[in-house]
Design a protein around this ligand. Structure first.
Ligand SMILES: *[C@@H]1O[C@H](CO)[C@@H](O)[C@H](O)[C@H]1NC(C)=O
Ligand SMILES: *[C@@H]1O[C@H](CO)[C@@H](O)[C@H](O)[C@H]1NC(C)=O
Ligand SMILES: *[C@@H]1O[C@H](CO)[C@@H](O)[C@H](O)[C@H]1NC(C)=O
Length: 297
């Protein structure tokens, strides 16, 4: 039981740390985000995810009025109605220098629809800014705020169609090499939000690696089909996933937060986290209990 208590305390500390904009980012924190991104189905092809792998070199902190986005967590349309402030915390001072020097970056908010109810038209663009540089923080704090160079698509708040399940929205920060060339239809400031595919845009424009990401879900009404929820992972559960035993089976539910009906879904590998933050429903609690059991036995 002492072991279990230590796990819970470690998980609590991880949550406290995650809720403020970090001053530095360590390798474990970056690996955790990569794991969460994969487990949310975002790495796969355009009909289920973005088809672009994430290899985090920085943490992306997205701050809305309610606080900082926790990866994989559900938020309401109201909570994400206004454009957030975005912070980037590189893993070390040399990476920080590259962020704040002459290098350019592209920042995107895209919708990958819900797991189990993919949009066959592709992803949806909610924000697109090219030529972002950075405004550095001071002292030992490596965090910087992106300074938007050319906002092609201004922030268009998530507003998923009712009944289509928990849509997965992701803020994506890409390296933008000097060879980058915006497609002619996505170059002018004020271009409306719309259907696109992130992977196609990356290839056509010559964007570089996906360097950092922050992702969450927003749902409007109950889904009409079988959709899956994504779960947050904590550093405790990510460390345990080294054995691959602690990764829980996928969880899908009716979408009503109160139904708690959980069943396995082959199309998703939701990741259970021993996190008090995700205790939102009976169903989630059961998943957490499963995660703790997996860690203990
Ligand atoms: C680091 O800088 C960011 C952005 O200015 C700020 O929000 C955050 O609180 C700072 N962190 C620390 C520990 O000073
Ligand atoms: C700094 O971070 C970058 C990106 O993660 C990495 O490639 C580089 O090796 C790191 N440098 C040092 C000195 O740790
Ligand atoms: C996005 O990709 C999917 C799968 O390849 C494709 O069916 C769809 O037409 C694409 N959408 C756009 C807008 O290119």
């Amino acid at each position: 039981m002492a072991f279990k208590s230590a796990l819970l305390i470690a998980a609590s500390l991880a949550i406290v740390r995650a809720q403020s904009v970090p001053a530095t980012a360590d390798a474990a924190a970056l690996a955790l985000v990569d794991q969460q991104y994969v487990n949310s189905g975002l790495a796969t092809n355009p009909n289920t995810g973005f088809g672009v792998p994430l290899k985090s070199v920085a943490l992306l902190s997205v701050e809305y009025p309610f606080g900082i986005v926790q990866n994989g967590q559900p938020y309401t349309v109201d909570q994400v109605a206004t454009a957030p402030t975005v912070y980037i915390t590189p893993s070390n001072a040399s990476a920080s220098t590259s962020f704040t020097a002459t290098n350019d970056y592209t920042l995107i908010l895209a919708d990958a629809s819900s797991l189990g109810d993919p949009d066959t038209r592709g992803n949806y663009r909610h924000y697109l800014a090219n030529y972002d540089t950075g405004i550095a923080a001071t002292g030992a704090n490596l965090t910087f705020t992106p300074n938007s160079g050319n906002v092609v698509t201004p922030y268009t708040a998530p507003g998923p169609i009712a009944g289509t399940g928990p849509h997965r929205y992701a803020w994506l920060l890409f390296a933008q090499p000097s060879t980058f060339a915006a497609p002619s239809d996505l170059a002018a400031p004020g271009t409306a939000a719309g259907v696109w595919n992130v992977s196609t845009y990356v290839q056509q424009s010559g964007l570089g690696d996906l360097l950092a990401a922050s992702f969450f879900t927003v749902q409007n009404g109950n889904p009409t089909g079988s959709v899956a929820v994504t779960q947050a992972a904590t550093s405790t559960s990510a460390a345990a996933s080294g054995s691959s035993k602690a990764a829980s089976s996928g969880a899908s539910k009716s979408g009503s937060a109160s139904s708690g009906a959980a069943s396995a879904s082959a199309s998703t590998k939701a990741f259970s986290g021993a996190s008090s933050v995700v205790v939102k429903s009976v169903g989630t609690l059961a998943i957490i209990a499963g995660g703790v059991a997996a860690l203990l036995f």
